[in-house]
Every structure is written in structure tokens, then in C-alpha cells.
Design a protein around this ligand. Structure first.
Ligand code: ADP
Length: 253
């Protein structure tokens, strides 16, 4: 069997905050590897440090101890191969769809001559063709999240990180976007190679992930790393699906 390529190494990451001279531990001893073609979800109760961990992984925060390596090197926030999609869309209301997508390319230092072309291509991939010149106020929540996704993918992203990306959307829109993310991820011709997603929804994690990293409540400690071997597309009504949901639920409580 050929060994899968390691993309990301989370090596014994801990994060403390200091308030009034007192140490407050948010995360303790998190360690896992992420491989090419992985779809990994991190689940855990609210406040267990999931967002903190993801921010550390994309280089927006630093661990108190431990390290995160992307393709063998310490992660940096400006790495164009790692991108983040946030729950709150994080798009600029005063910029058009195309300008929002181009902004991501600019931040990742893509040459100006290539920005418009790339932005248009990814706007098409996420299904927003025709809305290039629309402003965010003219878009639904699902469309705003597509803009965030186009911006995240446009730098030919290897690793797509997502922090609760569907939780601000209605159920139907969220389900459509989940399936579209799975499609993008499984298409070898399109980015991303791997997805790392934080969610508080165990069902969502079992629906999407190959592997689920389970964190316990404060401080966030890794209590399990599970391989979800259900065939895709997955059916939430099947007993095997519910078996996984129940197993993870009992690990968290
Ligand atoms: P989750 O995403 O699992 O809900 P977070 O990563 O947002 O959890 O937060 C984990 C813990 O760390 C929480 O108790 C939160 O209040 C605390 N925390 C997060 N960011 C900061 C910060 N910048 N300063 C102080 N405490 C923080």
C-alpha cells in the first residue's frame, strides 16, 4: 500500500490565556496528522477550543507550546495553500463579489494580471456566475458563504479550513453546500486536496468526515480520533450512521 502524503502535522499543541496573572488553559496536548485527500472534522462542546485550534492551524494564533507544520515547515498566516472559511462569512460589504474574491488573491500576493481571471473562474465553480458585480447585501446567506468559499479556494488551496461554515445557514442551504464541498473535495482536478472543519454538530461531522477528532470540554483535550468508514453518499437515517453519532456523543458527555 502506498503511504499517503502528510500535509499537516499538529504536534502536541497547547494554548493558554493569561487573565489577571492567572493561567487559563484552552487547549492541551492536541496531536494529529492530516494527509492528502483527508476530510477531517474536529468536534467538541462549545468553548472547548475548536476555533482556537483552527486559528492556530492556519497561523492566525500561536500555540503556547507545541507546533504546527504545513508540508514540513512551520505554518504562516500568509501561506496561499492554506485558507479559512468563517461562520460569519467575513466578506466586505462595500466590495462586490468579484472584488471580495480578488482581495483573497491580493492578500496571498497573486500577480494583479492573474487576479480577475482566477476570481471569475472560482466564482463560476461556486455557482455565482452573473453575480460578479453584486454587493453582499444583495445576496442570501448561502450565496455569501459561496463568496467566502470562492475567496478561500481561488489561491489553489491545498488545505481548506472551515470554522462552523454552515451554522448560520438554513437547513436546506447548509445541506446543499455540504454536498458541494464534498464534490469539490473529491474532484482531483479542483482544490482543495484536504479539508479540516470545526463543528459542534456530531451529525454533520459523521456526514462529512473520513476522520473525526473528538475534543472534551475545557480545557480542550483530544479524547479520540475515529475513522468513519461509511460509504458515500451517507444516509442519516441508516442505523450505522446513528451508531457513529451515538458513539461520538457518548465520548463528549
Ligand atoms: P469553541 O470554538 O470550541 O467554542 P473557542 O476556541 O472559541 O472554543 O474558545 C475556547 C476557550 O478559550 C473559551 O473559554 C474562550 O473564552 C477562550 N478564549 C478564546 N479566545 C480567547 C482570547 N483571545 N482571550 C482569552 N480567552 C479566549
Amino acid at each position: 500500500m502506498t503511504k499517503k502524503k502528510v500535509i499537516l502535522e499538529v504536534n502536541d499543541v497547547s494554548r493558554s490565556y493569561f487573565e489577571g496573572g492567572k493561567e487559563f488553559k484552552a487547549l492541551e496536548h492536541i496531536r494529529f496528522d492530516l494527509y492528502a485527500q483527508d476530510f477531517v472534522c474536529i468536534v467538541g462542546p462549545s468553548g472547548c477550543g475548536k476555533s482556537t485550534l483552527l486559528r492556530i492551524i492556519v497561523g492566525l494564533d500561536r500555540p503556547t507550546s507545541g507546533e504546527v507544520l504545513f508540508e514540513g515547515k512551520p505554518i504562516e498566516a500568509k501561506n496561499p495553500q492554506v485558507a479559512m472559511v468563517f461562520q460569519s462569512f467575513a466578506i466586505f460589504p462595500w466590495l462586490t463579489v468579484e472584488q471580495n474574491v480578488e482581495l483573497g488573491l491580493e492578500a496571498r500576493r497573486v500577480a494583479p494580471s492573474m487576479r480577475a481571471e482566477k476570481a471569475k473562474r472560482y466564482i463560476e465553480i461556486v455557482g455565482l456566475t452573473g453575480f460578479e458585480n453584486a454587493f453582499p447585501r444583495e445576496l442570501s446567506g448561502g450565496m455569501k458563504q459561496r463568496v467566502g468559499l470562492a475567496r478561500a479556494l481561488a489561491t489553489d488551496t491545498v488545505l481548506l479550513c472551515m470554522d462552523e461554515p454552515f451554522s448560520a445557514l438554513d437547513a436546506l442551504t447548509a445541506q446543499n453546500l455540504r454536498d458541494e464541498i464534498l464534490e469539490l473535495w473529491s474532484d482531483p482536478a479542483l482544490p482543495p486536496d484536504a479539508v479540516l472543519m470545526v463543528t459542534h454538530s456530531i451529525e454533520e461531522a459523521v456526514y462529512l468526515a473520513d476522520r473525526v477528532i473528538v475534543l472534551s470540554g475545557r480545557p480542550g483535550r483530544q479524547v479520540a480520533e475515529l475513522e468513519i468508514d461509511l460509504p458515500r453518499p451517507r444516509n442519516r437515517r441508516e442505523p450505522e450512521f446513528y451508531g457513529w453519532v451515538d458513539d461520538i456523543y457518548s465520548l463528549i458527555v
